[in-house]
Ligand binder design. Structure first.
Ligand code: PLP
Length: 429
């Protein structure tokens, strides 16, 4: 490989040179002009870590949906409501401030960090003053990427409970690390002894996501305490993704492992405003993490983001002032939608099993068939105009599973979508 020519020199590109675009604007493979006056094309075939990273499923399903107009999507995991008006009003006021348009501190605006510390103390019982630091990121996904890079070298292992959230698996691959999948039990609860058995000398963390995407399972306090103790005992990190912390349906209750005595030195607690505050496009998440990782975290943040978008942080501060009360009526509405989804799916028993799903806005159904889940998902879109996601996206390799997401739509639309799903599955199975 010699992309820069024998002496590595590159030239200014002459203005009249064909830059590699055909008449139809299809880009041709191209590379830098070399010392020999040729375009180097070898770069395009060089293997990279991305080759081993799964392709995100949402755009693939999105393409199928666009090709079948009128499809109802029970695919993407988004909330159906927007941000509190106080958030957009605060942004309007801040637009005339010079500081809104300048770089600000990398970890986040000090006033937002203070608000987040107060929220963590009041809601999650996490006292960041006890050895933890806080960082605001452009969403929880970025916090997870930062965390993985801050605690690993390439080749290290991270344990994910399966089914897993696909972006976690992707982030681990992007960091040059290895996902070690460990199956959950029939109720999608983690199996502590199986997690223990999966730990090797390369393991750096166990990840828990509760309430869970894609299963909707809410992990019990006892199991979270056992996993956190295991991580402490084995000197590894416990990464807790709590994106759906407010989305639980009675009697389930959310528990933050970061609140456990002694958890502060090895527990990384990740949160998002995307779902609770209808904030997905503003890209604000945050994490509380062991303060000794601050140097590493700041190197990543400074290189990738420099500082979280200031205008979004201003919106986030105002949303946090409104607080959890903002999403409570929406969560109550989702509880009704969930009842309807579960009762519709129960009509397909015993060919379709729906384990307990008392959190987030997902359920992960097991189909009694040897057919391929992606093939079923495609047929559901093409023949029945309803979209769900296939189980293999979430790391499930044995059996046929589909994820149903019911957060993005109004109740009547979900009802119509569920009708199509039930009719479709009756025909396909
Ligand atoms: C478990 C989980 N973590 C993180 C995210 C992404 O959150 P954010 O929008 O804050 O990056 C999602 C989004 O679906 C999720 O399901």
């Amino acid at each position: 490989m010699d992309p820069g020519g024998s002496n590595g020199t590159t030239f200014e590109i002459p203005p009249n040179l064909d830059l590699g675009f055909m008449g139809d604007e299809t880009p041709r493979p191209h590379g830098p002009l070399t010392a020999h006056g040729r375009i180097a094309t070898q770069m395009t075939s060089h293997p990279t870590r991305m080759d081993a990273v799964q392709t995100p499923i949402i755009p693939t399903i999105g393409g199928l949906i666009r090709a079948t107009p009128g499809t109802i999507s029970l695919g993407q995991g988004v909330a159906h409501y927007g941000p509190p008006p106080a958030a957009t009003e605060a942004v309007a006021r801040a637009l005339s401030e010079k500081s809104t348009h300048e770089y600000q501190p990398g970890a986040g605006l000090p006033q937002l960090i203070d608000r987040l510390a107060a929220k963590l103390a009041a809601v999650n019982r996490i006292d960041v003053k006890r050895g933890q630091a806080l960082m605001v990121t452009a969403g929880a996904n970025m916090a997870f990427c930062h965390a993985v890079q801050a605690i690993t070298v390439p080749g290290d292992e991270i344990i994910l409970n399966v089914p897993y959230y696909f972006n976690h698996d992707m982030a681990i691959g992007i960091a040059g690390c290895v996902t070690v999948p460990v199956a959950t039990d029939a109720a999608y609860q983690p199996r502590v002894e199986a997690l223990r058995a999966a730990i090797t000398s390369r393991t750096r963390a166990i990840v828990t996501v509760t309430p869970n995407n894609p299963t909707g399972a809410v992990y019990g306090e006892a199991v979270l305490r056992a996993i956190d103790a295991l991580c402490r005992e084995r000197g590894i990190f416990h990464i807790c993704d709590e994106t759906y912390e407010y989305f639980t349906y009675a009697p389930a209750r959310h528990f933050s492992a970061g609140s456990i005595d002694g958890a502060q030195d090895h527990t990384i607690s990740i949160y998002s405003l995307s779902k609770a505050y209808g904030f997905a496009g503003w890209r604000i998440g945050y994490m509380a993490y062991p303060a000794r990782l601050a140097g590493a975290m700041m190197k990543i943040q400074d290189t990738v983001l420099i500082c979280p978008p200031v205008v979004s942080q201003i919106a986030a501060g105002a949303a946090l002032d409104v607080g959890r009360a903002y999403c409570e009526p929406f969560v109550r509405g989702l509880a009704e939608v969930r009842e309807m989804v579960l009762s519709q799916l129960s009509t397909l028993a015993p060919r379709v099993k729906v384990p307990v799903a008392d959190g987030a806005f997902y359920c992960f159904v097991k189909l009694d068939t040897a057919q391929d889940a992606m093939a079923i998902a495609e047929r559901l879109i093409r023949e029945h105009r309803v979209a769900v996601l296939p189980g293999m996206t979430f790391g499930v390799t044995d059996g046929c599973y589909l994820r149903v997401a019911y957060g993005a739509l109004q109740k009547a639309t979900v009802a119509e979508g569920m009708g199509r799903l039930v009719r479709g599955l009756r025909e396909i199975l």
